[in-house]
Design a protein around this ligand. Structure first.
Ligand code: ASP
Ligand code: MG
Length: 386
């Protein structure tokens, strides 16, 4: 079997943790597997490198920033390989370019275009564990790129797909995918299995356990994905096609949401306002238009830019910059408003004001005030799981 195993920053944050990750890789290999180990930078070191660049410049050059940030993973990979050698396991560390990961030239958010697997295969054939740096690649010019924050999951999924791995295991500091983030909701229950579609929605809606692009790649390639704890042996969560159709599988929240309400001078200007936002590259989330008023939710960081661009279009604009989104995801929701009704009732019992609601095929989202996020999430979780 060929397995790709990925360790995040929290699973590599100290010497002991690096040794622990190396032991897991060694165990995988003892079981007769060919092993590719993908590593993130240790702990918060990517953030630390980022602040060092910002101490020197408000807008550091993106190419140089990638050179700097990619160093975090380069440290991890060498340490992990050294720890493996100590365990008597043959291992070799490879940077993105050495592992054949070719991306476009979008520094800071590059997309993987191809993986040239010759070197990887050669090392695996020689019986070595390959420790690959997550989060990085090389562009056509030969420059180092990074593929977006949290991108090591994506590196793991990309390598698993390119090598035709039997499974891609994401080792992290929780035991799998839960009905809510167990670090926040202590009564959350772990799922043995969840579908790619549900996981993709959850990741896009703010769940931090897996990066959405990684789930998307695994789904497209049909790679079996697992989320497991690096600190305790246990069964974890399998992400696969199909699976149980629960009305709600998990709830999650996003605390960085803004709501904009616009009353255009002429109702027919709504299309023009939306086109204006699209032209500015603003990512709207929920959009409703009723009674001549346009309401939309969007990431808070884009709120100011959106207001500016709408102001040029005229009309009345009201910005509520302190909102949060609570979402429930479940394949068994199947377009029925039942889950939405239960969510709204749970929030009403808590006297939480609801600003917007969206009910779709497998997700329902509600926008509330940011101060109500935690309480609302608890109420919804209780409604479906306790
Ligand atoms: N070290 C990178 C980051 O912090 C990549 C990752 O953790 O997946 O964003
Ligand atoms: Mg990290």
């Amino acid at each position: 079997m060929l397995t790709v195993i990925k360790f995040g920053g929290s699973s590599l944050a100290s010497r002991e943790k690096v040794e622990n990750a190396a032991r897991i890789a060694a165990r995988e290999r003892e079981e007769g597997n060919r092993v590719v180990m993908v590593v993130s930078a240790q702990g918060d070191s990517t953030d630390e490198l980022m602040s060092r660049a910002h101490e020197l410049s408000a807008e550091p050059d993106l190419r140089e920033l990638d050179v700097l940030l990619s160093a975090g993973e380069q440290i991890s990979m060498a340490l992990a390989a050294i720890a493996l050698h100590e365990l008597g396991v043959p291992a070799v560390s490879l940077c993105g370019w050495q592992a054949g990961i070719v991306t476009d030239g979008e520094h800071g958010g590059a997309r993987v275009r191809a993986v040239h697997t010759e070197r990887l295969k050669r090392e695996l054939d020689a019986g070595r564990v390959v420790v690959a740096a997550g989060f990085q690649g090389i562009d056509e010019k030969g420059d180092i790129t990074t593929i977006g924050r949290g991108g090591s999951d994506t590196t793991a999924a990309v390598l698993a797909a390119a090598l035709g791995a039997d499974v891609c295991r994401i080792y992290t500091d929780v035991h799998g995918v839960y009905s809510a983030d167990p670090r926040e909701i202590t009564t959350a229950v772990r799922h043995g299995e969840i579908s790619y579609d549900e996981m993709l929605e959850l990741a896009s809606l703010g769940a931090k356990v897996l990066h959405s692009r990684a789930v998307d790649i695994a789904r497209r390639e049909g790679t079996a994905l697992e989320v497991l704890s690096s600190f305790e042996q246990g069964s974890g969560t399998r992400i696969c096609a199909g699976g149980e159709r629960r009305e709600v599988t998990a709830v999650t929240s996003d605390a960085a949401v803004a709501v904009l309400r616009v009353k255009p001078a002429e109702p027919q200007n709504v299309a023009e306002l939306l086109a204006r936002l699209a032209g500015e590259g603003i990512a709207t989330d929920m959009v409703t238009c009723a009674g001549g008023e346009l309401a939309l939710s969007l990431p808070s960081e884009q709120a100011e830019k959106a207001v500016q661009s709408l102001r040029e279009g005229g009309g009345e604009i009201a910005l509520d910059g302190d909102a949060a989104k609570l979402s429930a995801v479940g394949a068994g929701m199947a377009g029925s408003p039942r889950a939405a009704a239960r969510m709204l009732a749970a929030l009403r019992r808590e006297k939480i004001e609801i600003k917007m609601v969206y009910s779709g095929e497998i997700k329902t989202s509600v926008v509330v005030g940011r101060e109500d996020r935690r309480r609302g999430l608890e109420a919804i979780h209780k409604e479906f799981f306790e």
